[in-house]
Design a protein around this ligand. Structure first.
Ligand code: HEC
Ligand code: HEC
Length: 185
């Protein structure tokens, strides 16, 4: 993943991209060393964006990347073999991969899993490059948003609740019921 983005930029632009040690991103695999935390394709892409944009633009573009990620049907790029596509509704590796395991029936050790996460990494790289090109051409427009339910939950919870990932991925039955039922999907 990091090789894709930084390697391509190094080939085309040389310095400073040819100075980036892409092995620094190796530990991001499996949601950071297999912890199933943030998807490991996102972090190198976010850092890559930070190399070529100012602080405010970084937030805008990485926000777009996160919002797109949780609703994209991965893997879109399937060069090696056809595998089932799933939407994660989350930016967490655990949710993204496990939903795909359940839907596809392929386990962690399978060849299909390697294809899936390899294709997904290419998808994230492609989206990132397209977004940066659009930005450079003055054509970037935000198209993706957190799930609508997040806005509903956050209308009450935002002062004490961090996050934009889909709340009902984890909270399916919050109490008290009378307050929550009108907002649950
Ligand atoms: C990845 C899973 C996950 C997601 C996504 C998630 N939460 Fe949580 N949430 C938790 C966990 C775990 C706790 C802690 C529960 C505890 O304290 O026992 C928690 C706690 C809470 C609490 C209780 C805080 C308190 O003071 O007791 C609220 C309210 C809450 N979340 C709202 C939200 C909202 C709103 C969203 C969407 C923006 C959201 N959560 C997304 C896992 C999640
Ligand atoms: C109308 C306001 C309102 C909305 C909208 C709302 N909540 Fe709550 N929620 C509350 C209140 C009030 C409490 C109880 C006090 C507290 O913990 O803040 C609560 C408590 C919670 C708790 C902690 C109690 C528990 O069951 O563990 C969670 C988790 C939670 N809400 C999640 C959500 C999620 C997810 C959504 C969106 C589907 C949501 N809330 C939408 C008002 C709301």
């Amino acid at each position: 993943m990091a090789d894709g983005l930084f390697g391509l930029a190094a080939d085309e632009q040389g310095y400073p991209f040819n100075q980036v040690p892409t092995h620094a991103y190796w530990s991001q695999r499996g949601g950071v060393a297999g912890w199933g935390s943030i998807c490991g394709a996102i972090t190198p892409a976010a850092v890559f964006i930070s190399y070529v944009t100012d602080e405010e633009t970084q937030m805008e573009l990485v926000n777009e990347l996160m919002a797109w990620y949780q609703q994209a049907p991965f893997p879109i790029y399937q060069p090696d073999g056809e595998v089932l596509q799933t939407v994660a509704d989350s930016t967490l590796c655990h949710v993204s991969v496990t939903k795909w395991h359940h839907a596809s029936g392929h386990d962690k050790q399978s060849q299909e899993k390697k294809w899936r996460c390899g294709g997904l990494s290419a998808d994230v790289a492609k989206f990132t490059v397209q977004m940066l090109n659009d930005y450079a051409d003055g054509k970037f427009e935000s198209k993706y948003k957190p799930a609508a339910i997040v806005g509903e939950c956050q209308s009450c919870h935002s002062p004490l609740t961090q996050g934009k990932d889909n709340c009902v991925m984890c909270h399916t039955d919050p109490q008290p019921a009378d307050l929550h039922e009108p907002f649950m999907p």
